[in-house]
Design a protein around this ligand. Structure first.
Ligand code: GBH
Length: 477
């Protein structure tokens, strides 16, 4: 029987804009997602996070639910604009926002649930975007983020687990290259009048790394000694397999796919430099670190935060990559050369469950970064057609139940047989919620949310499986 270490923690994850609603309450200012969702055609069902799961008004209910499900920890994100409505370092702080999250942390702890705070899960203050270009500004943005982080470290000393940014890849590529996420900049003029996909995502990625580095330095210099906690960034990325394992170009492309998705951020943090494959392809479009920036970024993770959902087959491309290419001159496909499929379809076009990929990527990353302590900060699945099912059927979410069973066991094998130092796992997500550009049609919750009837929550079969599953795998103290 595979096993996980006795101090392993597990729980559920969410993000502020996806669940909170109450967008105007208690002085909250708009984020780029409030503005983006108002533009026609940006969200599949024309919806927004305006009400979402109404979690801002239902903290007691959510905590009771977490407790019921046996969650040892809860990863949630703060809405920056509840704390500093305009976002900047000279802008006023909103005490009501601080009081809300401070009580939330206290209530979690009182219920025996450890808070893991994400400072920024994509909902950058809209004012900073308007004022100086938000994430595009190499001088201002890192300073404003550091200030916001300091306000949080000071205000929530009861929290010991800190995450700076969620998935900088998504902010950079989806926000500034594809234009599918806020603020929606892209070279694709059918989508947006402004943006440059060949340069902006690489600038934004760089600025996010530096902002992360500044916040980590602030934490280590002025808070870590008293707080006694840990801080890191969370990176997303798929496992990869070559389309033709006998073609060395596909084998190389499969690694390059991970380098462009994950090592873009992981290498500067663990090795002090961008991956060679990216420098080669992007040339001077990839910013270079000043000595000061490099010192901020290199060594800035106390643990590796891993968001992981799926795997792809990877086929190399011949010839020169297009200027807007962000994959690494390759294509991804659900089928390999033999016609084997990587996993079944889900409601998300990019997601097909493949638990062996999770194990393989855990091993791959552990080798590359010298076996860091890993928290799996998100993992989960949507289900094809789930939104169209009657409630009784929907609550029997067999596919999601199996997903967690397979993925968690694959992780336990990696821990026991491959020396992977994995210490935590958070299921995405506690609740069905605002799935960004997909709106509410795609559901990721282990609990169903009835948006038409007062946001009532109903645990699905998968929700109740995690506690017995982890109980059977975590070694007794
Ligand atoms: C997570 O990202 C997010 O952190 C979370 O907020 C979200 O609700 C959850 O996923 C479920 O989607 O459209 O082909 O360009 C997961 C990683 C990486 C998945 C980018 C979607 C887009 C692929 N995401 N990917 S594509």
């Amino acid at each position: 029987m595979a096993a996980l270490p006795s101090d392993f923690v597990w729980g559920f994850a969410t993000a502020s804009y996806q669940i909170e609603g109450a967008v105007d309450k208690d002085g909250r200012g708009p984020s780029v997602w409030d503005t983006f969702t108002k533009k026609p055609g940006k969200v599949a069902d024309g919806s927004s996070g305006e009400t979402a799961c109404d979690s801002y008004n239902r903290t007691a209910e959510d905590i009771a639910l977490l407790k019921d499900l046996g969650s040892q920890a809860y990863r949630f994100s703060l809405s920056w604009t509840r704390i500093i409505p305009k976002g900047g370092r000279n802008d006023p702080v909103n005490q009501a926002g601080i009081d809300h999250y401070s009580k939330f942390c206290d209530d979690l702890i009182a219920a025996g649930i450890t808070p893991f705070i994400t400072l920024s899960h994509w909902d950058v203050p809209d004012e900073l975007d308007k004022r100086y270009g938000g994430l595009l500004n190499r001088e201002e943005f890192p300073l404003d983020f550091e200030n916001y982080a300091r306000v949080c470290f000071k205000s929530f000393p009861q929290c010991k687990n800190w995450i700076t940014f969620n998935e900088p890849w998504c902010s950079s590529i989806l926000g500034y290259s594809v234009g599918q996420f806020a603020p929606g900049r892209t070279s694709n003029r059918d989508r947006n009048p402004v943006g440059d996909s060949s340069t902006e995502p690489w600038i934004v990625g760089h600025n996010l790394l530096v902002a992360h580095g500044r916040a980590v330095k602030a934490y280590r210099d002025d808070f870590k000694a008293t707080n006694g906690g840990e801080i890191a960034i969370v990176l997303n990325g798929d496992a990869t397999y070559p389309w033709d394992p006998t073609d060395p170009r596909d084998v190389e492309a499969a690694d390059r796919k991970i380098e462009f998705a994950i090592c873009w951020f992981g290498d500067p943090i663990y090795h002090g430099e961008y991956p060679a494959s990216m420098r080669k392809q992007l040339g001077d479009r990839l910013p270079t670190f000043t000595d000061e920036e490099r010192a901020l970024v290199h060594g800035s993770n106390d643990f590796y935060g891993m968001n992981h959902y799926t795997a792809d087959y990877v086929k190399h491309k011949d010839g020169e990559p297009a200027p807007e290419d962000f994959l690494g001159n390759l294509e991804t496909t659900p089928y390999n050369k033999n016609g084997d499929v990587i996993g079944v379809e889900t409601q998300s076009p990019w997601l097909r469950p493949c638990a062996p990929g999770f194990r393989d990527l855990l091993v791959w990353l552990s080798k590359r970064y010298n076996y860091p302590k890993i928290y799996v900060t998100e993992s989960g699945t949507s289900i094809k057609g789930e939104n169209d099912l009657p409630l009784e059927e929907l609550l029997q979410d067999e596919v999601r139940f199996q997903y967690y069973d397979d993925y968690v066991k694959a992780m336990a094998v990696a821990s026991q047989l491959n020396g992977v130092n994995v210490r935590g796992y958070f299921a995405w997500s506690l609740l069905d919620n605002f799935e960004w550009a997909e709106g509410y049609e795609t559901r990721f919750g282990v609990c169903y949310v009835d948006y038409n009837n007062g946001q009532k929550r109903y645990p699905k079969k998968s929700a109740k499986h995690l506690k017995p599953l982890f109980d059977s795998l975590i070694k007794k103290k």
